[in-house]
Design a protein around this ligand. Structure first.
Ligand SMILES: O=C(CO)[C@H](O)[C@H](O)COP(=O)(O)O
Length: 229
């Protein structure tokens, strides 16, 4: 399994001070910036688009920007995010008419690819496109809002995804998003995740260093394959 990546979701940041918030969370030990794009169509909420991604790059952010598209359709906006500085672009298979084509488009734009599965969406299509996927993202809440409660059934689904990934020769990250924090990260890592998104659990705390350290130390105590140990 790959080293743990912690990707704070800026959805929970103070937008009026976004550049400073991102600087602080990266200085506190976060690895990536998670960028939640919502269109009030695929999900019932509206967030931000490529201009904010570009603004973060212009501000000086060099860490990977992990763009999660909760939008439909997806293809039209992908070149804009690539030009804005996205490192990795993930989308939901049901939001694309042609999943394989969308994955190719992301690759052609020079970004890494991710495929996102909602809590009740089966992983069925994954095995047909694993050769084009750099990251599998399992939603552990229904997408659209931060601050929701982690859906426990995600743990069994993580184990299912981990088995698929381990049977594949390429390095593919397994990310979890929604309701993740110090209280459940050990079980999440034990179930097979190597990348975690956390919004309110990090930005909701006054001390970003302390919460990220706590998440890392609890994750380090997990034994892969042994949930609840
Ligand atoms: O994608 C999202 C919602 O669609 C958010 O990234 C996710 O919910 C993280 O927020 P929190 O850690 O506060 O649950």
């Amino acid at each position: 399994m790959q080293d743990l990546v912690i990707a704070p979701s800026i959805l929970a940041a103070d937008f009026a001070r976004l550049g400073d918030e991102v600087d602080q969370v990266l200085a506190a030990g976060a690895d990536w910036v998670h960028f939640d794009v919502m269109d009030n169509h695929y999900v019932p909420n509206l967030s931000f688009g490529p201009v904010i991604c570009q603004a973060l790059r212009r501000h000086g952010v060099t860490a990977p920007i992990d763009v999660h598209l909760m939008i439909r359709p997806v293809d039209r906006i992908i070149p804009d995010f690539a030009a804005a500085g996205a490192s990795l672009i993930s989308f939901h298979p049901e939001a694309s008419d042609h999943v394989d084509r969308t994955l190719q488009l992301i690759q052609e734009q020079g970004c890494q690819t991710g495929l996102v599965f909602n809590p009740a969406t089966p992983l069925d299509c994954l095995r047909y496109v694993l050769d084009k996927v750099d990251l599998v993202l399992l939603m552990s809440v229904n997408p659209g809002f931060g601050g929701q409660t982690f859906i426990p059934g995600t743990l069994a689904k993580l184990e299912e995804a981990r088995a698929l990934i381990d049977a594949h020769p390429r390095d593919i990250r397994l990310e979890v998003d929604g309701g993740v924090g110090p209280g459940n990260i050990a079980d999440i890592v034990a179930a097979g995740a190597d990348t975690v998104v956390a919004g309110s659990a990090i930005f909701g705390q006054p001390d970003y260093v302390a919460v990220i350290e706590q998440m890392r130390s609890r994750a380090a105590s997990a034994t892969p394959g042994r949930r609840g140990a």
